[in-house]
Design a protein around this ligand. Structure first.
Ligand code: ITT
Length: 194
């Protein structure tokens, strides 16, 4: 059991940190935010992007840290924006996605999150997904990014943007990846961890 080792979350996205803090508190693992701009390679594969970012962040900080790369994959758009979610969110944003989807009936989509943990020796990954669909309009003011246009399958028809943080984190892609990571942290001897 390895509950006292502090884990560092390297990210520039405060919305991700708020969600991770809730999960790690429940799991009783100390978490510290390392605010930083991550280096990201261009790739179609979230795992490849996360592993690269984690290794670069470790070279910079030399602390046992993780990064988390996430994306929204829309079926009828062949997975777009996927690994380009951050850029799309900052540029055309939710309005742009809804415009692209205006003639599309099948609105299936999913969020995927990949955590990459790096301790300078090894890099491990943990994944989570949540299925759902793209709404017809922007709804709700909670969360960040695509939350106001994503309706999770396991919910009651509201978007993530209409849910408070505890409702979202009960079912989110990020939570699923974080829980797997937390299990590993708790079951790993601290000598292997650092
Ligand atoms: P870091 O790389 O610094 O962690 P980022 O915001 O750039 O922060 P990503 O590269 O993982 O993060 O970009 C994923 C984008 O996908 C993110 O900016 C959001 O627009 C969107 N996204 C990811 N997870 C989301 C979630 O839970 N809810 C809504 N949008 C999400």
């Amino acid at each position: 059991m390895n509950k006292r080792v502090t884990v560092f979350f390297a990210t520039g996205n405060i919305g991700k940190v708020e969600e991770a803090e809730r999960i790690f508190k429940e799991e009783n693992i100390p978490l510290l935010h390392l605010p930083m701009k991550l280096l990201e390679i261009q790739s179609d594969d979230l795992e490849e992007i996360a592993v690269f970012s984690a290794q670069k962040a470790w070279e910079d900080q030399e602390k046992p840290l993780f990064v988390e790369d996430a994306g929204l994959f829309i079926k009828e758009l062949k997975g777009f924006p996927g690994p380009y979610s951050s850029y799309v969110s900052k540029t055309v944003s939710n309005e742009g996605i809804l415009k692209l989807m205006s003639q599309i009936e099948d609105r299936s989509a999913y969020f995927k999150a990949v955590i990459a943990f790096c301790n300078g020796k090894n890099t491990l990954t943990f994944k989570g997904e949540v299925k759902g669909e793209i709404s017809r309009e922007i709804r709700g003011t909670h969360g960040f990014g695509f939350d106001p246009i994503f309706i999770p399958e396991e919910g009651d028809g509201r978007t993530f943007g209409e849910m408070d943080i505890s409702e979202k984190t009960a079912i989110s892609h990020r939570t699923r990846a974080l829980r797997k990571f937390a299990e590993w942290v708790k079951s790993t001897d601290s000598s292997k961890f650092i």
